[in-house]
Design a protein around this ligand. Sequence first.
Ligand code: NAD
Length: 332
Amino acid sequence: MQNLIRQLAADMVASRYAIVLTGAGVSTESGVPDFRGPKGIWTTNPQAEAQAYQRYERFLNDPKAYWEEMLGTVGTSSNFYQEMRKVEPNPGHYAIARLEHLGIVKQTITQNIDGLHEKAGTRNVMHYHGTVEKLRCLSCGSRFSVDDYSLEKLPPLCRCGRPLKYDVVHFKEPIPSDIMDAAESEAMKCDLMLICGTSAVVYPFAALPAIARNRGRSGVRIIEVNAEPTPLTHQGISDYLIQGKTGEVLPLVVDEVGRLMGWGRPNTQACTGLSPCPQFSESHRPDTAAEKRSSTLAANHPKAPGFGVSASPSSCLIGARASVRFRCPSGG
Ligand code: NAD
């Protein structure tokens, strides 16, 4: 594994525009269970999966009943989203934030709804499946901070008068087109895509690596860090998999990046990204980092199929090779 960690660090240092894709696996070490891992919510309770598939329809038919269920005042759903807001990032989240602060990672696109990337200090985060921190109006598309609503009178209403739902994209719900377009454009632009903690079976998110790969094998490096192989591994869409926990592997990658760039051993946990990190002050600011990076590239870096998924936000298509039924989301 050590060789692959070195390889990933070298690939990152050599990259011009690296992006990170994340899934529920990056947050399991923060205590948020994933869906399909060995201890996943659906693995241990298949009934929860069936309930998740009904949530979007419930909102459309009866917004008040949806909110009562989401807040745990009625039905079997506990106040899962409110609880999720209390969890803290783990070393994997901090490592991703650090790679952004170094000027290497330009964009993080997450399926997670837990807001932990921002809490760890990552600034450029795209929420492909929405976030528990926000409410969204399906009519006018406005988003609001959940803290701006007391949620005592249900359903909460938008300024346009329509009921608001959680920004979280539920199963069978279209991905908001602004996010979908922006994510695809990142997949077209990147020269390195690091995919962390996702089973890569939920579409259209899982199509982003194939979009990048279809631009040509030489144009982009695609690397997975995951506890187990995924369809991206089996189909050869990723160049290689580092099999392990993101909270353990990613800090080692940051260490190695630091070594390649000629810096001391960074302390991944101590850096929240919200205040200057002692290891990365002054000479380690992103601007300086970029300069230093380009000068160490040559020394440190050896050398530097898919299927159509409709870009339409209302399409519930799944690629021919997908192993899970519909398009998408987080259900929750
Ligand atoms: P998933 O549950 O389908 O797959 C998670 C993957 O991560 C599995 O392959 C698992 O083996 C791996 N994994 C688990 N812990 C890991 C670790 N510590 N290090 C590395 N790999 C690890 O999750 P998904 O692919 O993200 O898709 C499911 C959907 O679930 C997404 O739409 C997401 O929105 C939603 N979800 C989000 C959260 C969250 O916000 N934290 C939690 C549960 C589900």
